[in-house]
Design a protein around this ligand. Sequence first.
Ligand code: ATP
Ligand code: MG
Ligand code: FE
Length: 336
Amino acid sequence: ELILAVETSCDETSAAVVRGGKEILSNIVSSQIDTHRRFGGVVPEIASRKHVESITRIMKQALAEAGATFRDLSAIAVTQGPGLVGALLVGIVAAKSLAMALNLPLIGTHHIAGHIYANELVHEMVYPCLALVASGGHTELVLLESEGRFRIIGRTRDDAVGEAYDKVARTLQFPYPGGPHIDRLAHEADEEIQLPRAWLEPDSYDFSFSGLKSAVLASINTAAMKGEAIRQAALARGFQASVIDVLVTKALRAVREFGAKQLLLCGGVAANGGLRAELTARCAAEGIPLLIPPLKLCTDNAAMIAAAAHLKWIRGEYTPLDMKAEPGLSLESWSV
Ligand code: ATP
Ligand code: MG
Ligand code: FE
């Protein structure tokens, strides 16, 4: 079976054709980052307009690169939420029109289920498994007791980890998105400014990054008041060390407590070199199989949406054609 998937939840316009939930025939991603960078972040109205401008071309390109025609398709999948409502709408309208015109089933898909099931495009997921979702809008520990069943056991109480990276990078005067700059700086640093770790209650799997962000700010202000130079690299390294320590420690504790057979890392922050290295080392030491998708499948793309939609396709769970964008769609309720 061939699923054509569309993803427009944020600032990437993407379309993909995937066979059997596994085999990527095409995965076209058009990023708007150059447009948004000068505003220091994603501007929702501009994102929607850009999606409108490119969605038809991107879908055609996905079909052409897959060597497929409309008649070869089995279903149309689209990100229903979470995301920016105006951005989601563009993909949804395009997907609905196609589903209606071609008389194909429509599958409204959860964006984070997509990030998690990006792993299935390159690896074999074994249940129960635990996913550490670390992206620009989410930081969650998700337990999958069986295929397509999501249980959130921990989530951020304030900023998402990618958001914290972007905010800290901004205070250090780096352009959006700032995550890669902090990552590089932390790697180059030859000293580290110690920053606090937010462990929260002893048994909690939740996260908090806003205090850490404030600690970075306080350190910058103190240096400025004393007329000292701001030790950018040492701060970046301290910030990154705190983030990684908390993420990795909580993820590994959850793997043990819930008897997960694998740990999955997904979302844009999975690109972080320090996080990958630390997770790899600690999982190896504890004998925990670690799955990380290739970078291209960690950031927003439509192939991951097809992979998640496949869970619904094989069960005949389709979405009514009058479905709406759901900016706050719940992952658990999207379970099969
Ligand atoms: P969501 O999936 O939660 O809706 P999103 O799709 O916007 O959010 P992603 O595209 O998955 O988020 O990830 C983007 C985030 O990843 C940005 O905050 C960016 O700074 C961060 N990021 C990218 N590379 C790195 C890196 N090397 N280190 C840390 N963060 C990074
Ligand atoms: Mg993005
Ligand atoms: Fe995303």
